[in-house]
Design a protein around this ligand. Structure first.
Ligand code: PLP
Length: 395
């Protein structure tokens, strides 16, 4: 039984509620919309019922944007391993270091979770063409799920995107447009092109369901740690969907009795040295970020100079008593090599960044030896192998 009920402004500004049985994007005030559930009724749902379920993110379907009778579109996303990285932990001086390995999702990154949810909803609303601006991984995931749904896909990526991302979109039959500029420019051009044609825009946080897919990472952490939540979550942040989603998951689990209210994991937002709008806003005590000038980094997923949900990420970081840290490109590559050579894990630069941030916090003594730490490896190394041959001088 689904507890999905309505959509609400994330600020909240007072407009709405919005009807999820129609296509919805942003609130009239311009802020992202959030999916809401009948939490009172959901208190009757027992977490013990999960044990017999399929190993995908849809095991939490009662708290997903699905109405009764709807079937999710799935390629097996979610329920990724939470690896106790004992050897790497020894190296960092941590006894309980875990890596949530999101590289094992369809299309090699956690973008599969968000896009599986967004494309499922778009398909049930009868969308004919989907469009997305992307630094690479979101485009691959969207193209795959659109193919599985039999819907046309239009992707817009910066023209310096790595070739494997372009080829994989083509593999799934998507139409690729390369844009001169950053993901923010790709977003503008995608909207200008698609609006008059009635394309359904699945940009990060510009539709409400990618958050719902990514929030399942929070549910999984609970289930995989026997409902003892971690002390720290170290998360490489671009648009921030995963941070916002996991924070929402903790709130929901507290409301339905799956988590003791109160102590939540400290959320650490990790960004790139030359693209760190959230880190800058956090350090300056601001509620929103400013467009980061000349944004550049080898971690394509982190090259987001200004995120529409920045205030939600900053809220989660502050309310959790977490922090925000920037990592250099050279240190990301070092993190990738450590995950690879010490644990056998294939990591994207974003995952390398998260590991390096854990190392920095452990070195400073912020993270204590026996704290439970979860580092998110948000994607695999294969589409980024060129960065391994870069010299430190180039990084
Ligand atoms: C998109 C992406 C990120 C950033 O994710 P958000 O949830 O949008 O902040 C991190 N890592 C990888 C590999 C990505 O593709």
């Amino acid at each position: 039984m689904s507890f999905f009920s309505h959509l609400e402004c994330s600020v909240p500004c007072g407009a709405g509620p919005y009807d999820p049985r129609r296509e919805q994007h942003l609130c009239t005030c311009g802020a992202p919309l959030l999916a809401r559930y009948d939490l009172k009724a959901a208190r009757a749902w027992r977490r013990e019922s999960l044990a017999a379920r399929e190993p995908t993110m849809w095991r939490y379907r009662e708290m997903m944007p699905l109405f009764d009778g709807e079937t999710p579109l799935t390629l097996g996303e979610g329920w990724t391993p939470l690896i106790h990285a004992v050897r790497l932990g020894r190296d960092l001086g941590l006894s309980r270091l875990f890596v949530k390995d999101e590289s094992l999702n369809p299309t090699n990154s956690f973008k599969a979770r968000g896009l599986a949810a967004a494309v499922t909803r778009a398909a049930s609303l009868g969308a004919k063409t989907l469009s997305v601006p992307s630094a690479g991984n979101a485009a691959n995931a969207m193209a795959a799920y659109a193919a599985a749904a039999g819907i046309d896909a239009q992707v817009f990526m910066p023209k310096d995107v790595k070739v494997p991302f372009i080829r994989e979109c083509e593999l799934y039959g998507a139409n690729v447009t390369l844009v001169d500029g950053l993901i923010t420019d790709a977003g503008r051009i995608a909207a200008e092109t698609g609006k008059p044609l009635g394309w359904y825009d699945v940009s990060t946080l510009k539709e409400p369901y990618r958050i719902e897919g990514k929030k399942t990472m929070g549910y999984e952490l609970g289930e995989q740690l026997a409902w003892e939540f971690p002390d720290w979550i170290i998360y490489p942040t671009g648009g921030g969907t995963g941070m916002v989603g996991m924070w929402k998951a903790f709130e929901e689990m507290e409301a339905i009795g799956w988590k003791t209210p109160g102590r939540r994991p400290r959320m650490v937002s990790v960004q790139a040295e030359h693209c760190a709008p959230i880190v800058r806003a956090f350090d300056e005590g601001k509620e929103r970020s400013e467009l980061f000038p000349d944004a550049r980094t080898i971690a394509d997923g982190l090259r987001v100079p200004k995120a529409i949900g920045d205030f939600l990420v900053l809220r989660a970081v502050r309310e959790s008593r977490g922090t925000a840290l920037a990592v250099s490109d050279a240190d990301m590559v070092r993190g990738m090599r450590d995950l690879g050579a010490i644990e056998g894990i294939s990591a994207a630069p974003e995952g390398g960044a998260a590991l390096h941030a854990a190392r920095m916090l452990a070195d400073r003594g912020a993270i204590k030896r026996d704290d439970t730490v979860v580092v998110f490896n948000t994607g695999g190394a294969l589409k980024y192998l060129d960065v391994l041959s870069m010299s430190n001088a180039e990084c």
